[in-house]
Design a protein around this ligand. Structure first.
Ligand code: ADP
Ligand code: MG
Length: 372
């Protein structure tokens, strides 16, 4: 529904958003994730037509957004943005939410109807007469979202919607975003530096780094198949580097890394320098004498436990297998196996669960990036 083609934005000499190609689909939750300063807010402001690109174009449905201001305003009204630090007016909650509609000259009874429904949606019906300035941060954010959805936008843009909130309020806001998307069929575009939030909410994710959209895809693609090291690190995998492909037969490669041989599925050929990404939830631990039967597409690496960290209902277990391997196991299986520091264990990882990225230092085989 929104098509962004070759969009760049320069401030002075500095291009803070560069050559973005991206299509947002009607009805989806699309999350733009990336570290602070990567250009997320600048891109959101361009999409919301608050700013104009220095290069490239943005189409909203079949309309160009490069027309005169009155045309841009008409398109803008089909969207609503919640800023990172939304202010509230020194008025009641209800008046805060009604303000935009009254400004547009809507009749009083229709305003009331819409405001009531928006406040119900965000769960603030009981607080409609409270002064907005007396609310908690999470409640103020819900007022800001009510103010945005009350106009019935087709697209809701949210900039770091939970940046300064406690976990409880964050959960409420995240549920609310999903409900607005499902119940009102609102397309949601969300910018966040919290990759967990991107993962919890979005149907698709775009990763921004240094003004570039470096990877776009389904959550699975981004979290299991990051195209380069910075993205891998950003999505919570510490890639093991200095690997080299020793052989490759029908995409089943043997990779030597720090003296350990690992089987992985990749198209990269012999001699290619690589880094390996292994998600902790893909690693299974077993006792040394219980190594599963050798299989052609499974790695069973013997190692020693170097660290045990509680992680919610799980334990993160660091194992030195010659290469560092982290496993995420349930507390229960950790207890059943009697896992402890210094203990010998086997780490089993399927060849398909090891994601291989080309080493960017390898000039002959530059890494690719995808968009779409
Ligand atoms: P993010 O939202 O990912 O943290 P921003 O889009 O806010 O990133 O900013 C990207 C870069 O652009 C930052 O280095 C920021 O300082 C710069 N920038 C943003 N807006 C302006 C502006 N109006 N003038 C000059 N530089 C800007
Ligand atoms: Mg920002």
């Amino acid at each position: 529904m929104i098509r962004i083609s070759g969009v760049s934005r320069k401030f002075g000499e500095r291009e803070v958003v560069s050559g973005i190609d991206l299509a947002i689909r009607r009805g989806e939750i699309f999350s733009i994730i990336g570290p602070s300063g990567s250009g997320k807010t600048t891109l959101l402001r361009l999409i919301d037509l608050l700013d104009r690109p220095t290069r490239g174009s943005i189409m909203f449905e079949d309309s160009s957004t490069e027309g005169p201001e009155h045309e841009r305003r008409a398109i803008r009204r089909r969207m609503a943005m919640v800023f990172q630090k939304p202010g509230v007016l020194n008025a009641t909650v209800e008046q805060n939410v009604a303000f935009g509609l009254e400004f547009r000259g809507m009749q009083k009874d229709r305003v009331h109807e819409r405001v009531t429904s928006a406040l119900e949606m965000v769960g603030l019906s009981g607080l409609s007469q409270r002064r907005a300035l007396t609310l908690s941060g999470g409640e103020m954010q819900r007022v800001a979202i009510a103010r945005a959805i009350v106009t019935g936008p087709e697209v809701l843009l949210l900039d770091e919607p939970t940046a300064n909130l406690d976990p409880l309020s964050t959960g409420i806001i995240e549920n609310l975003i999903v409900r607005v998307n499902r119940e009102r069929k609102t397309t949601v575009i969300l910018a966040t530096h919290d990759m967990g939030q991107g993962q919890r909410l979005a149907s698709r994710i775009g990763v921004m780094m240094d003004g570039h959209l470096v990877q776009t895809g389904e959550i699975y693609d981004i979290f299991y198949h990051p195209v380069n090291r910075p993205i891998a690190t950003f999505v919570g995998i510490d890639p093991v580097s200095d690997g080299i492909v020793e052989s490759n037969e029908n995409n089943l490669a043997i990779i030597a890394v720090h003296g350990v041989s690992v089987q992985a599925v990749t198209a990269l050929g012999k001699g290619q320098r690589v880094a390996l990404c292994i998600r902790p939830e893909e690693v299974t631990l077993s006792l040394p004498d219980a190594c599963p039967p050798a299989s052609s597409a499974r790695n069973c690496l013997a190692g020693t436990i170097t660290r045990l960290l509680p992680y919610g209902p799980f334990t993160r277990v660091h194992v030195d297998c010659g290469i560092p391997v982290t496993a995420l196991v349930t507390r229960r299986s950790s207890e059943e196996l009697g896992l402890a520091m210094g203990m010998r264990v086997n780490a089993t990882i399927k060849a398909t669960a090891i994601h291989v990225i080309p080493d960017p230092e390898d000039k002959d085989n530059p890494p690719h990036t995808t968009t779409g």
